[in-house]
Design a protein around this ligand. Structure first.
Ligand code: AVJ
Length: 319
């Protein structure tokens, strides 16, 4: 007997099937980031309208000494990073900490071995003296191991990814982080803040159409990986910021009544004209909401480090 492993991602296949047959259609933004999508996200981060990356870069470049002081660690510590990306922003913090003679080991965690290898090379090239102990695997498995050690930890959850989680999911995720933390451990989390609705709208509804491509890549993935025949020209992108609740919601929608077929799923999907597929939540927080979130989870907010425009916060929490 010949055993063939599926060439497609099973979770993706199941979620597409569920998401596109539900009464209100949806596809998760976690599927944005295949190789193609990660590449488009790099382009998003280079757009002048997409302010979060530059804001967080500024915070970590200019305020890392203050962050180090606020950690108040008296001994050697770990800097454990969830979802490090290419490390460009983290490097600013690591370099500033080393300049102040802080004694730490950098522990980046990623599910992708390739991502970790690229990150290691990138970090070592610019900071050869760094002590690094990279981990490939599931965040929470690794967190469990780390939590058994005595060493104090600074956890990094940068980039504003928390904004992609609905309230209950954000609480669940942060609760899981908390359960892997000892008393005195710190969490530095990037959080995008509420601001002029025009500034936020422009960052997502960008004039270059790059964010549209980023969303459309979900349909491309369905075509590529689930052997489907979606006509991309018959879909468009829409997003909307609601300043009353701080939520950017993004959608793909069907320009006509249409259907497509996926060979892998052996399913035909139907769309009404103007039917929406919800793709992403990007929640913007107020400082009061950050305080409330922390206190719900029994964290203390040590300090919010904001960029000069006050657009973005790296919020330092203590367990
Ligand atoms: C990577 C989740 C922080 O929500 O701003 C960028 C992803 N989506 N443009 C965000 C994204 C559309 C981004 N995060």
């Amino acid at each position: 007997m010949k055993i063939t492993t599926p060439t497609y991602n099973l979770a993706f296949a199941e979620d597409v099937l569920k998401g596109l047959t539900d009464k209100k259609k949806h596809l998760s933004s976690r599927y944005f980031y295949d190789d193609e999508g990660s590449h488009i996200f790099q382009q998003i981060m280079k757009m002048p309208e997409y302010y979060p990356t530059n804001c967080e870069f500024e915070i970590l470049s200019e305020q890392s000494e203050n962050i180090l002081e606020q950690l108040n660690f008296k001994e050697k510590f770990n800097i454990v990073e969830f979802g490090s990306g290419d490390g460009t922003k983290t490097k600013q913090l690591l370099q500033a900490f080393l300049n102040k003679n802080a004694d730490f080991t950098y522990v980046p965690i990623d599910i992708s071995e390739e991502a970790i290898l690229i990150l290691e090379e990138n970090i070592r090239a610019s900071i050869p003296e760094i002590q690094m102990n990279s981990k490939v695997g599931d965040y929470f498995d690794i967190l469990e191991d780390i939590s058994k050690e005595e060493t104090p930890n600074l956890f990094l959850f940068l980039g504003g990814n928390i904004g992609n989680y609905k309230k209950d999911d954000a609480l669940d995720l942060l609760q899981k982080f908390a359960s892997g933390m000892k008393k005195g451990d710190k969490l530095l989390m990037g959080i995008d803040l509420q601001k002029s609705p025009r500034t936020i709208q422009k960052a997502y509804d960008d004039p270059h159409g790059i964010t549209k491509m980023f969303n459309m890549n979900l349909l491309q993935r369905i075509n590529r990986e689930l052997e489907a025949d979606i006509d991309l020209d018959q879909f468009d992108f829409y997003c909307h910021y609601n300043p009353e609740n701080g939520k950017v919601n993004s959608y793909l929608f069907s320009l006509i009544k249409q259907k497509f077929y996926s060979k892998i799923l052996d399913t035909t999907f139907t769309f009404q004209k103007d039917e929406m597929i919800w793709t992403e939540l990007s929640k913007k927080y107020s400082l009061a909401e950050i305080e409330e979130l922390a206190s719900t989870l029994d964290f203390k907010v040590v300090e919010n480090f904001l960029d000069k425009k006050g657009y973005f916060a790296d919020s330092l929490w203590e367990k």
